[in-house]
Write a protein that binds this ligand. Structure first.
Ligand code: SF4
Ligand code: SF4
Length: 107
C-alpha cells in the first residue's frame, strides 16, 4: 500500500494480499531499519518476507481491513520498500486488483 492519502488505496488493499513482500534484512528494526521484528520471517540470510505474504490465502500480517472495502497498513510509517514503491495504477497494482475482482483504477 503506497499512499495512505490515496483514496483508491484506502478502499482497496489488494496489493497487501496478492504478492510476496520481500526486502533486505537491513530494513529490519533490529538492524537499524524500521520493520518490526515479529512481522517478518527470514527467507535467506539477506532477505526477509512480510509474514503472511506466502500463505494461502495471502494476507500481509500488517494488513488491517478488508480488501476492496477499507484498507490500512498497521505499520504504515515503518513498512518496507516494496510497499512504498508500488504505484497506484501501475501494472503491479492493477494485477493485484484484478486478482481480487476489483476493476482497473482508470476504469
Ligand atoms: S492495489 Fe493499487 S489501489 Fe490497491 S492498495 Fe495497492 S496500490 Fe493502492
Ligand atoms: S507492510 Fe503494510 S503496505 Fe506492506 S504489504 Fe503489509 S500491510 Fe501492505
Amino acid at each position: 500500500m503506497p499512499e495512505a492519502s490515496s483514496h483508491a488505496c484506502m478502499s482497496c488493499g489488494a496489493c497487501c494480499c496478492a504478492y510476496r513482500v520481500d526486502f533486505s534484512v537491513h530494513e529490519m528494526e533490529d538492524l537499524g531499519g524500521t520493520v518490526p521484528a515479529g512481522l517478518a520471517v527470514e527467507v535467506s540470510g539477506a532477505t526477509m518476507r512480510m509474514r503472511g505474504t506466502d500463505h494461502v490465502p495471502m494476507r500481509c500480517a500488517a494488513f488491517q481491513g478488508r480488501v476492496g472495502e477499507r484498507a490500512s497498513c498497521g505499520i504504515y510509517e515503518w513498512r518496507p520498500n516494496p510497499c512504498r514503491e508500488l504505484e497506484p495504477g501501475s501494472q503491479g497494482c492493477e494485477r493485484a486488483r484484478a486478482r481480487h475482482g476489483l476493476p482497473p483504477l482508470d476504469a
